[in-house]
Design a protein around this ligand. Structure first.
Ligand SMILES: Nc1nc2c(ncn2[C@@H]2O[C@H](COP(=O)(O)OP(=O)(O)O)[C@@H](O)[C@H]2O)c(=O)[nH]1
Ligand SMILES: [Mg+2]
Length: 314
């Protein structure tokens, strides 16, 4: 068994000097224990909630390469940057995650940059909550912007996409079908549509489709979506992308997303508390044991547990 993490002054000092080993151990503990999540929350929300930016798109769109450029851009402005790569499909194989690290390795020795892939199999059952608290931990550690790289196709990813305050959806020329096929929920979180690999043919056609989509959305919701072109290899368009993301972070949309994440997270903490201190003791206690014995003998039915629980609280 590994030593449990104690959230004391030594821990705080290590985290706030962005000690990689302590950060990594803390993130692992989040994934393992709901109790720890509650303790950690008391610490890390003592600083302003994090500004997180999602980078979402199909595998191979160039998200990691683009992040490598974005990191460079933000580092030049003196900002500390963390990247959380959440890719459920690649976690099993490990392949793509390794690729992500490779593409961002320009910054491997820079202690103002932190890159980590997140497991999608946490005890909490929801990778979005793990991502949310991990992003806040990184904010507490002094990272100015947290990027969340995710694929954003399946239902699971949709939740992750919603964790970010703002998101860039990364498209590639010739991927018009993807625009049609993408889940509407994912499209909705796109504050910026980035056409990456703008060195390839078909940019103009894709740009038209995306501008129409952006226009429709603006008519319907009043929210502005910026369409921009990037070349993640040369770095062309990266400054514009970053500018669009920073503008989006100031929008009412971003504030609303942050508020709803905070709310959902508070509810999760309450659920953990209820489970640990009310549910578990009841189930394992005298009344719970008696109830299950009756249930087995057919003397009671499942829904009666609710009444038994209520009576036990009186
Ligand atoms: N031609 C071209 N290739 C790119 C560009 N951006 C990324 N790539 C290449 O696309 C491949 C996939 O990139 P990667 O960043 O791993 O994509 P991810 O799966 O979305 O993270 C790599 O071989 C990159 O070198 C670009 O702007 N132009
Ligand atoms: Mg990648």
């Amino acid at each position: 068994m590994r030593r449990p993490i104690v959230l004391d002054d030594a821990w705080r000092a290590a985290i706030q000097s962005r000690d990689i080993a302590t950060l990594a151990r803390t993130i692992t503990a989040i994934e393992r224990s709901p109790e720890f999540l509650l303790q950690l929350s008391r610490e890390v929300f003592s600083v302003q909630p994090v500004s997180s930016i999602g980078i979402t798109g199909v595998p191979g769109a160039g998200k990691s390469t683009l992040l490598n450029q974005l990191i460079k851009h933000y580092r030049q402005a003196g900002k500390n940057i963390a990247v959380l790569a959440v890719d459920p499909s690649s976690i099993q194989t490990g392949g793509a995650v390794l690729g992500d690290r490779l593409r961002m390795q320009d910054h491997a020795l820079d202690d103002g940059v932190f890159v980590r892939s997140l497991s999608t199999k946490g005890q909490l059952g929801g990778v979005s909550e793990t991502t949310f608290i991990t992003a806040q931990l990184l904010k507490f550690a002094g990272f100015d912007r947290i990027f969340i790289e995710t694929v954003g196709i399946g239902q699971n990813e949709l939740d992750i996409v919603r964790v970010a305050d703002v998101s860039a959806l990364v498209f590639i020329p010739g991927g018009g079908d993807y625009v049609q096929g993408i889940k509407s929920g994912v499209m909705e979180v796109g504050d910026v549509f980035a056409i990456n690999k703008s060195d390839l043919d078909g940019v103009r056609a894709l740009e038209k489709v995306l501008q129409m989509e952006a226009h429709d959305r603006e008519n319907k919701t009043g929210f502005v979506t910026t369409v921009c072109r990037t070349n993640a290899i040369s770095g062309d368009g990266v400054a514009e992308l970053s500018h669009a993301l920073e503008t989006a972070l100031q929008s009412s949309q971003a504030l609303a997303r942050r508020a709803s994440q905070l709310r959902a997270f508070s509810e999760l903490l309450l659920t953990i508390e209820l489970r640990q201190h009310w549910l578990k003791p009841f189930v394992a206690g005298e009344r719970g044991t008696a109830f299950f014995a009756d249930l087995e003998r057919g003397k009671t039915q499942p829904a009666d547990i609710v009444d038994a629980f209520r009576e036990a609280q009186e």
